[in-house]
Every structure is written in structure tokens, then in C-alpha cells.
Design a protein around this ligand. Structure first.
Ligand code: ASP
Length: 343
């Protein structure tokens, strides 16, 4: 079925054909999630929100790359905590959870925050209590793999970690730590080693047959994070952003750096000002690159017409998975920005 947008112009009413909807697209090569979202979005009474929630839930169950869902990235206490976000671009309603323990279906809980509360983001124990009240099962998220990863880290003198300007020297010793004077030598020695093997997020965008847009994310965050850390993924405008009539974006990568620049919001603002998805994606990442030339990250951007693009930094290329009427479900990839890249 062809999609049309109604445009009123100088008293004339025009029907303009939308090129490429419905569409689903998500970060990385997580194509079983794409396949589920694509299946959902083709059913006429199902929505973009349904597609994003059910698509991301596949990754939570399959534990895509070990970095989404339970059993992945242990924190410093060997525990697993999840972040997730859901944005309804039709109503600009948002639900999110951060650093949530003991509940597997984080994107499902984000949907409950969106639909059953007037809040936007619930974190920590409060998020877990809320999820239990909403009927989600209270269960451990740790597995043997989580325990093994944590034991290796502990026997490797707690390397890598996310501490700076503390003593004992966090590049050589485990905590507990105490603060030292700011700008001590430790901060310049430190590197948290973000890369595609230890941190990924599913970020998904869907546009349904009505032209309604939704976006969402789900992740178990950064491996060996300090307990209580919330990454970029549940932060609206950082992990994802979506607005009907404009488009959407979703990001993955070094969330502690990326959330300072709200790349998904910046990309959608680019679309609003007439940028192509490619230029919107690249310009959002160039803002970060200016301060952090080597940051690790990828972003996908889709406009209202279903035109899409991606950009990345700190790796060679960035794969993403996509479902469209013409091409079905497939994986594509983009080469990353060079340090001096200009749009
Ligand atoms: N952005 C996620 C975080 O920092 C991790 C990732 O997507 O690689 O929690």
C-alpha cells in the first residue's frame, strides 16, 4: 500500500507520496530484532511503538552481543543493571528506565513508564519496584558468564575501570578509592577501552503505515561500570529521539561521552532544518569529534520519508540492520568519519 502525506499549500491540497515507509532500522547487525519489528509493523493495526518494543525485546531475550539484556556487562559489584528508552514521536510521550536490576524486559518497563505514569525516567531500586508492581518478574540478571567476566576483572587488578583523580592509583589498583586533587596524573593515564566487543546497545527506529514514528533503546550498559551509573541509552535526545513529521535518530557507543552532546536530538534538529539523514548523522557526530576525536560510537538517522543514513567514529565501519518493503530485512554498513572529515 502506498503512503501519502497531505500538504496544504496556497489553498491547494497536494498528496505527496512518502517514499519508504513502513521502515524499521536498528543499530548493529542485530537482524533477528529487525525481523521481529518488521513482522509487527506490517500488521495494519500494530504501531511503530509495538514494533520497537517487540524488536528490542528480541535482543533482550537473545542477549545480542552479550551487551543487551541479562547476563552481560557486570558492574564493579558483579551485578547487571539495564537501561532502556521508548519515545512515541506522535505524542512526544517518553518512558525510560536507568540502572534497573532484577528485571529482564527493560524496554517493556519503559513502555509501562510511558503509558502508566506521568514520569519520563525511573532509575535504580525505584524502577525495579515499579516493574514488579506492573507485573514483571523479579529475577537475577547475572549468569556464570557475568561472574567469570567479573572474576577476570578482579584478578586483573580491576582493569579497566572508570575512575579518575582518586587514590590508590586506579590504573593499577582496585578500590575502595578516595579523591585526590583534581587534574592529577591519573586522569591523563586513564582509558576505559570502549569498543564494539564490550559495549553495544540496540537502538531502533520504526515508522508505521500511518507515518507515526517511534524510537527506543535497550542495553546492559558499560562493562565494569561504577554501580549506579546510567548511560546515554535511556536519556531522551542522547540514546534516541523521534518526532512525527521530522524523523528520528538512535545512537550507540561511549555513552559517558556521547550523552554530553545529545547526538540523537542534534541529528533530528538537523533534519528539521532540512539536512539529509547523512548530513544530520555526520554533523551530530562531528560535534563530539571536535572534543573527543577518537570517541567510539555509531548513529542511525531516518527522516519522515523513510530515507536513512548512519555515521560512526572510532571504528572502521558501523553495521546496522534494516527492514523495508523493497529490500526486506538486511544488514548494511557505513565507513566511519575520518578525524578531519568535513561534510
Ligand atoms: N551507549 C551504551 C552505554 O554507554 C553502550 C553502547 O552502546 O556501546 O551504556
Amino acid at each position: 500500500m502506498k503512503q501519502f502525506v497531505l500538504i496544504a499549500l496556497f489553498n491547494f491540497v497536494l498528496f505527496v507520496e512518502c517514499k519508504n515507509v513502513p521502515i524499521v532500522i536498528n543499530t548493529w547487525n542485530f537482524s533477528s530484532a529487525t525481523a521481529k519489528a518488521w513482522e509487527v509493523i506490517q500488521i495494519s493495526e500494530r504501531t511503530a511503538i509495538d514494533a520497537v518494543v517487540e524488536g528490542c525485546a528480541v535482543c533482550e531475550r537473545e542477549r545480542c552481543d552479550g551487551t543487551v539484556g541479562y547476563g552481560g556487562s557486570p558492574d564493579e559489584k558483579a551485578d547487571v543493571a539495564l537501561d532502556a528508552l521508548l519515545i512515541d514521536g506522535k505524542t512526544m510521550s517518553i518512558g525510560a528506565v536507568g540502572s534497573m536490576r532484577n528485571i529482564k524486559n527493560a524496554i517493556g518497563v519503559a513502555r509501562r513508564v510511558l503509558e502508566n505514569t506521568q514520569h519520563t525516567l525511573l532509575v535504580g531500586e525505584g524502577a525495579t519496584d515499579f516493574a514488579i508492581m506492573m507485573g514483571f518478574k523479579n529475577e537475577s540478571l547475572t549468569t556464570e558468564k557475568t561472574q567469570d567476566l567479573w572474576k577476570q576483572w578482579k584478578s586483573n587488578r580491576c582493569q579497566p575501570n572508570f575512575w579518575t583523580n582518586v587514590e590508590p592509583d586506579p590504573t593499577r589498583f582496585c578500590g575502595p578509592y578516595e579523591p585526590t586533587e583534581a587534574n592529577s596524573v591519573y586522569s591523563s593515564l586513564y582509558s576505559n577501552e570502549f569498543n564494539s566487543k564490550n559495549h553495544d546497545t540496540i537502538g531502533m527506529i520504526a515508522i508505521d503505515s500511518n507515518g507515526d514514528i517511534a524510537a527506543g533503546t535497550s542495553t546492559n550498559g558499560a562493562r565494569y561500570k561504577i554501580p549506579g551509573r546510567v548511560g546515554d541509552s535511556p536519556i531522551p535526545g542522547s540514546g534516541a529521539y523521534a518526532e512525527n513529521g521530522i524523523g528520528a535518530a538512535a545512537a550507540t557507543g561511549d555513552g559517558d561521552v556521547m550523552m554530553r552532546f545529545l547526538p540523537s536530538f542534534v541529528a533530528v534538529e538537523g533534519l528539521r532544518h532540512g539536512y539529509s539523514p547523512k548530513k544530520a548523522a555526520q554533523s551530530a557526530f562531528q560535534r563530539i569529534q571536535k572534543f573527543h576525536p577518537k570517541f567510539f560510537g555509531g548513529i542511525i538517522v531516518v527522516n519522515q520519508e523513510g530515507e536513512y543514513a548512519a555515521a560512526c567514529n572510532g571504528m572502521e565501519s558501523f553495521p546496522f540492520s534494516i527492514g523495508t518493503k523493497d529490500g526486506g530485512v538486511r544488514i548494511e554498513s557505513v565507513p566511519c568519519l575520518s578525524p578531519t572529515s568535513n561534510i
